[in-house]
Design a protein around this ligand. Sequence first.
Ligand code: OSB
Ligand code: MG
Length: 366
Amino acid sequence: MEITGIELRRIAMPLVAPFRTSFGTETTRDVLLVRVVTPQAEGWGECVAMAEPLYSSEYVDAAADVLRRFLIPALPREPNPQAVGPALAPFKGHRMAKAALEAAVLDASLRTTGESFARYLGATRDRVPCGVSVGIMGSVAELLDTVGAYVEEGYVRVKLKIGPGWDVTPVRAVRERFGEDLLLQVDANAAYTLADARHLARLDDFDLLLIEQPLADDDLVQHARLARSIRTPICLDESIESAAHAAAAISLGACSVINIKPGRVGGYLEARRIHDLCRAHGVAVWCGGMLETGIGRAANVALAALPGFTLPGDTSASRRYFHTDVTPPFELDGGHLDVPDGPGLGVDPLPDVLDEVTTATEWIRL
Ligand code: OSB
Ligand code: MG
């Protein structure tokens, strides 16, 4: 069995509401999908790179370029997921592009053998508890309404995006309105510096589960110093691009929790290595999100079902992001999502929806 060709497909997915973080506002998700075709099956991968290089240096046009120019030509013709990482390793960085290609190969190969992503990765649960990531709002009143609606829907944990000028006040307001039982955490997307340590220590009063990525992505040593001056546990997102980074962060004491995003770390296999490493070191992990469609969500939910994922993830229901998803929608049931158990991703893109949102396709024959 050989890969006969690969499709790069761009889709434009309007978000149900603008999503504002400390680095920018997203209103439409510009997504690159990778479809790997073999005579037996086809497999899908979703590239999580955003339209602009603000979360990390990757962006969706660059991901498409590196895929067609370097990564796809270097791909072994045999669709063996274990071989993808080593074949692409000579090319530096571009982890989100690599992750999408590896996911598509993995999906094609699992659909051929009939095994699910969850089973292949080593999942131990058939449903996962879900949190929701809440963007920066225009006012505290608007934030309280938004959080209230999510709590009403059943989300078991709330994450508030914060940044200078939008931190202690909104966090206090949410804690006061929803009480001490709400699982609450914050995400700064690298918006602070170590000079803000005393200010960030004010968040210690609110019993947060964690503060995610307070400092810059390359500030591991500073995160370790911050960890010694605040009580809120530090979780890293942007700083961790590999299992080696995770090992360094743990040994420095830069974090006690890690947000695992398969795209950020170069794929589901590297994500599993980080999970295994953290589990061995007693470091809690949870599955992050990048506003994925149902394609990326299916794989994330499978990963989140591994035993070391002891905190609820940013694996929200389809309707939190899109009016119409490109797969049958993921729906919350008692604050949980079911882990797909069919072959591969266990979900199929809906051809009509996909065609409607497609902005470009490109077929690369191998
Ligand atoms: O920092 O976790 C982040 C979305 C885009 C880029 C970065 C982040 C996020 C989120 C959204 O927080 C999580 C989700 O997909 O619901
Ligand atoms: Mg984050």
